[in-house]
Design a protein around this ligand. Structure first.
Ligand SMILES: CC(C)(COP(=O)(O)OP(=O)(O)OC[C@H]1O[C@@H](n2cnc3c(N)ncnc32)[C@H](O)[C@@H]1OP(=O)(O)O)[C@@H](O)C(=O)NCCC(=O)NCCS
Length: 449
């Protein structure tokens, strides 16, 4: 029997998406993600679907640690018991009587999560894996049973992950003498990322990702087409936000950005932090399996996206250049040409998706040519081309090259921005003059380093 696939499956875009997903699966198998899930999401109708997506990630071989946010449930339990607590500097003061309700709320949320996991045949497990300490007295305020995380018993978490469990970590910790403390779940997620090797940290919330409203936009950061939230931020942008925009950020977003910075900016730190709105269907899968997520992605720095190409990248490079060759922007390069000079190619890649590329061909005597600069149509005008060219110029400087040049038919104006200036083909090194295609009549631009 033959199966006729619907036409849409033959679409190139669809095939590319499938390839992208395969790449991501290969990349993340065996890696660990930390998911901090806000309890407010539990009441949303699509919450079971979010939990199903989480189970699918687990089934795919991704190790998961879930940290539960409990704020709304604690509030509800305290209100029901008419137990009044004070909030100081955004932190709840936990009295001895309030602590009993905090423990109940924490267990309730953790059990709900575990029950959703078991619906999908995944085994969630909770335990007391956090050593905590009191926040003590600050600015004259005694925080009583509100504490902070001292350390995580990561050896136990490692063992559970190896046995295919999903550790569900709630916001209660104990000191050495067995006293319980009420902890901040974002801090727990942060500490897990500091103590274990974590690929990604997700903050899954019942609100939008990092908003742009009212803030001065950090130059070079990327914003979603709707203009309302940031799509990409590097640590430079995070510093900008925490400096210039601090008063425009909620307490929670300030803390979240500060935690993100801390977990990324260290040797073997977390690769990416994702802030997503868990109320929107499929956001988690979109963030994991596609290069265009629906939330805010925080990463090391812009150049962290740029890497040297390898032979495995050749099909993607050809695919990227192909459209521009047909339009006449770029000269034709065959796989064998790229293979010969693969060390000269640099890619702007987010996870496995290639957004852009550029090449730096060294010609000897301090000369190098910039070529094959191209950005995927979907990601144009986001500073990616600029990032690639700046990186190539910086690399040329590091290599102590003296002169850069390039040939272009349609992008001369764009290259002026980087300091390139007109030159005649006769200024090119002799070897390159020989290969100059007078019929194509490309403009020659030079940059003295
Ligand atoms: C040229 C190219 C690499 C720019 O990449 P990009 O990531 O979109 O560029 P950036 O985001 O850094 O810069 C975008 C700005 O450059 C401008 N720009 C893009 N192409 C331009 C061109 N050919 N001439 C003049 N300006 C251009 C855009 O209008 C935009 O301006 P804005 O910021 O005022 O909106 C990309 O458009 C491309 O792949 N073009 C086809 C291939 C090509 O021509 N390569 C260069 C041949 S050597």
């Amino acid at each position: 029997m033959t199966i006729q696939l619907p036409q849409r499956y033959a679409d190139r875009a669809c095939v590319n998406t499938i390839r992208e997903v395969f790449d991501y699966i290969r990349r993340y198998k065996g890696k660990t993600f930390v998911l901090k899930i806000e309890d407010t999401l539990i009441d949303y109708p699509l919450f079971p679907l979010l939990m199903k997506d989480i189970v699918q990630l687990h089934d795919m071989g991704i190790h998961l640690v879930i940290v539960t946010g409990t704020r709304a449930t604690i509030k509800r339990h305290l209100a029901k018991a008419r137990c009044h607590t004070k909030v100081f500097n955004g932190v709840r003061i936990t009295s001895n009587s309030a602590m009993a309700h905090v423990k109940l709320a924490a267990m309730e949320v953790a059990q709900t999560i575990i029950s959703h996991l078991s619906t999908g045949n995944a085994n969630g497990i909770t335990g007391n894996w956090i050593r905590a300490r009191t926040l003590g007295v600050c600015e004259g305020q005694d925080y009583q049973y509100t504490g902070h995380v001292e350390k995580i018993q990561f050896d136990i978490i490692h063992k559970l992950l190896a046995q295919n469990f999903i550790p569900v970590v709630y916001n209660i910790g104990m000191n050495a003498t067995g006293d319980f403390y009420n902890l901040n779940s974002d801090q727990i997620a942060r500490q897990i990322c500091l103590d274990l090797t974590i690929e990604k940290l997700f903050f899954i919330r019942a609100q939008d990702a990092i908003p742009t409203k009212g803030v001065e936009i950090p130059p070079g950061s990327q914003i979603h087409p709707n203009g309302e939230i940031f799509s990409n931020m590097d640590l430079g942008h995070v510093n900008f936000m925490l400096g210039k925009n601090k008063e425009h950020l909620s307490f929670e977003n300030q803390a979240l950005l500060a935690h993100s910075k801390e977990v990324i900016d260290r040797p073997k730190g977390v690769n990416r932090v994702h802030v997503i709105d868990g109320r929107k269907e499929g956001r988690l899968l979109q963030e994991v399996f596609s290069s265009i997520g629906g939330g805010t992605l925080i990463y090391g720095n812009q150049y962290a996206h740029i890497r040297q190409a390898t032979l495995d990248d050749i099909p993607e490079i050809l695919h990227l250049l192909d459209g521009y060759v047909k339009k006449g922007n770029l000269v034709l390069r065959r796989a064998s040409d790229i293979k010969k000079q693969i060390h000269a190619y640099y890619l702007y890649a987010v996870d496995h998706a290639i957004y852009g590329c550029g090449a730096l061909y060294e010609l000897g005597d301090g000369w190098a040519e910039i070529g094959a600069v191209a950005v995927n149509d979907t990601y144009k005008s986001k500073g990616i081309g600029r990032g690639v060219v700046q990186y190539l110029i910086q690399t040329a400087r590091q290599k102590e090259l003296k002169t850069l040049f390039l040939l272009t038919t349609q992008a001369a104006d764009w290259f002026f921005e980087f300091g390139f200036a007109w030159a005649s083909p006769s200024k090119l090194p002799e070897s390159r003059q020989k290969g100059y295609d007078f019929e194509r009549n490309s403009r020659v631009l030079l940059l003295k380093l």
